[in-house]
Design a protein around this ligand. Structure first.
Ligand SMILES: [Zn+2]
Length: 373
């Protein structure tokens, strides 16, 4: 059993007991639960325990990884555009510079960045060689690096990490390495899932860290950056920090309530178990669909095993296909006399249910219940 905290390295991990017994991979495949949710009693960081069984699973997940199994994964997504528009509102970048995007995936962030900052020179880095041609064909990209970003021998004016930090086994070491690769005025842009707003991120097996905004700011500060801006509203259910290399070489701690993450994680795990029970009861009454085919929808469907009859998704690219042997319908195609459970945090589910009911007044769209925690 590994007791070492991913973030502060203290041997003080404590399990959070839970009835949640199914996980999901970040590329939306069901996964058996192979470990535990933990918090560190020294720094409060919420994380998975890096046991040998968990590591073996992670190795397989990354070997078989496919981005967005139901969509083609091309193009700048509205999400990265929105993110960069907010980034632009928060900070002023020089007209020219050199950017490294760590974990560039299919290049969505690089594409959007090149549109807004056409005179910057861009580099992408990822673990898969297969993306080299796609990335190097993008506007402004001079090079794609396959492998650890620490091997790149260049200095950058900005380094971005969008949906990367939660995968890293040593996030503090990675942030210190980023700092060493930045120019004296260089910027670090880091973005990840928001533990506070997104309970469905907890069962994502290869997300070994789960940050609150306060926790992410504290970690970035500890890695000797000065936080310039941070927000939990640039994208729903996500948090981000823009930071600058700090001139202060002293090891700095910013005060955070270390118990907060633990209480949030505990309440979320209770909520997840409750939405599963709610689904089981609904499936007893009439055929049940799950709204959403990303991690949350797949987790909920896998948790309910054979009791889900179909998926609903408002992404036209996914409609008419099947996933996990279940049909994926748009709102128009939902079969009559069925009901649908929304695999979204409650406030987002309320909005989706309202819009969906207008188009399909004959279908009951169920919002996850509050558990009172
Ligand atoms: Zn810790």
């Amino acid at each position: 059993m590994n007791d070492t905290c991913l973030l502060c390295k203290a041997p003080t991990l404590s399990n959070i007991p839970t009835a949640v017994d199914v996980w999901v991979t970040s590329d939306s495949k069901p996964w058996p639960r192979t470990g535990n949710f933990c918090t560190c009693t020294t720094c409060g960081h919420v994380q998975k325990r890096l046991t040998s069984e968990w590591l073996k699973g992670i190795d397989r997940i990354y070997r078989e990884y496919k981005m967005s199994p139901l969509s083609n994964g091309q193009g700048a997504t509205p999400r990265t555009r929105r993110l960069l528009n907010n980034f632009q509102n928060e900070t002023t970048l020089p007209t020219e510079g050199r950017l490294l995007d760590i974990g560039c995936g299919n290049g969505a962030f690089l594409r959007s960045f090149a549109t807004l900052f056409p005179d910057w020179t861009l580099q992408g880095c990822d673990q898969k060689e297969s993306r080299k041609d796609i990335i190097e064909s993008l506007l402004g990209v001079e090079n794609f690096h396959c492998g650890p970003f620490e091997d790149i021998d260049k200095q950058f004016d900005m380094i971005s990490m969008v949906y990367v930090i939660e995968h890293l086994f040593d996030p503090m070491q990675a942030m210190l390495a980023v700092r060493a690769m930045l120019s004296p005025e260089g910027l670090f842009f880091i973005h990840t899932s928001d533990l506070t707003e997104n309970p469905f991120d907890l069962p994502v097996v290869d997300h070994c860290s789960h940050f609150t905004l306060e926790g992410l700011e504290a970690a970035v500060t500890k890695a000797r950056f000065e936080v310039l801006a941070s927000s939990s509203t640039w994208c729903p259910k996500e948090i981000g920090v823009i930071a600058r290399v700090s001139k202060n070489l002293k090891d700095e701690n910013i005060p955070v309530d270390i118990s907060k993450g633990k209480y949030i994680a505990k309440a979320h795990l209770t909520w997840l178990a409750a939405i599963r029970s709610q689904g089981l009861a609904l499936a007893d009454e009439s055929p049940l669909g799950v709204f959403g085919t990303s991690n949350a929808g797949v987790w909920l469907t896998a948790s309910m095993r054979e009791l889900v009859s179909f998926f609903v998704d408002d992404d036209e690219k996914k409609q008419g296909k099947s996933y996990l042997d279940l049909p994926v319908y748009g709102l128009d195609a939902i079969p009559e006399k069925t009901s649908v459970l929304l695999a979204f945090p409650t406030t987002i589910a309320q909005t989706i249910a309202k819009c969906s009911s207008r188009k399909r007044p004959d279908i009951h769209f169920h919002i996850p219940k509050h558990t009172g925690e």
